[in-house]
Design a protein around this ligand. Structure first.
Ligand code: ZN
Length: 231
């Protein structure tokens, strides 16, 4: 594999891992917060688990829908740009050659080499060359709505299932400390993984997400306590 393709793959993989970790973070945090709120309101263990399950399904679907809409609109605009480029290539072949050569000159090639590079790349794949070097659309980084939606929903569901599993297994008396404690551990681990994948400080990444997690869970627990009925 050429060095350039390796680099692109690494960037694509880091982005993918980051999205998966963020989805799992969301799943852990929203499900455990939901469970804590309901548990603090003195719900029965059955209804606590049902609330957690509903949260898993609702959250996964909401992630899928949101991600699909956002990535699809990006894909639509990429498609429109490609169509426009295709039309320009048909009506103004000479102008498009000059345009591409000018881009390479701006990147540091001398004019005669730029002209040669533009000619050879356009002879090979004119639309591909313009997509990549003029529009910045490459095959590796192309918007893929269905994959993005499935990845978001799936990673959210995995995170939610972790908190839900703890909820279902925990004895009723310790459900609150156990769910909160394990959620913080999960969040810290994932925050560390995400930071490491992105080349940032593991401790900072883990601390940041853990603090926000603690805040969210404290708040929902407080709301549950406030509005809950006495046992
Ligand atoms: Zn062009």
């Amino acid at each position: 594999m050429p060095a350039d393709a390796k680099g692109t793959n690494r960037i694509a993989r880091a982005g993918w891992l980051r999205a998966a970790v963020l989805g799992a973070n969301d799943g852990i945090l929203s499900t455990s917060s939901l469970v804590l709120g309901v548990a603090a309101a003195h719900a029965t263990s059955g209804s606590i688990v049902v609330a957690g399950m509903a949260g898993l399904v609702a959250g996964s679907m909401s992630m899928a829908a949101g991600e699909y809409v956002s990535v699809q609109s990006q894909a639509d605009s990429e498609q429109a740009e490609l169509e426009r480029e295709r039309a320009e290539l048909q009506v103004d072949d000479k102008g498009e050659h000059q345009e591409l050569a000018a881009i390479y000159v701006a990147r540091g090639l001398n004019p005669s080499l730029a002209k040669q590079v533009a000619e050879q790349l356009m002879a090979h794949d004119a639309l591909g060359a313009h997509a990549r070097d003029e529009l910045g659309i490459s095959e590796a980084l192309r918007a893929r709505p269905i994959q993005a939606a499935l990845a978001s929903a799936g990673s959210f569901a995995v995170g939610a299932a972790m908190s839900l599993g703890v909820t279902a297994l925990a004895p009723t008396t310790v459900v609150i400390p156990l769910v909160a404690g394990t959620a913080l551990v999960f969040l810290a681990l994932l925050g560390g993984v995400a930071a490491r994948a992105g080349g940032a400080s593991v401790v900072t990444g883990a601390t940041r997400v853990t603090l926000w997690g603690a805040l969210a869970m404290a708040l929902t627990t407080a709301v549950g306590t406030l509005f809950g009925t006495a046992p």
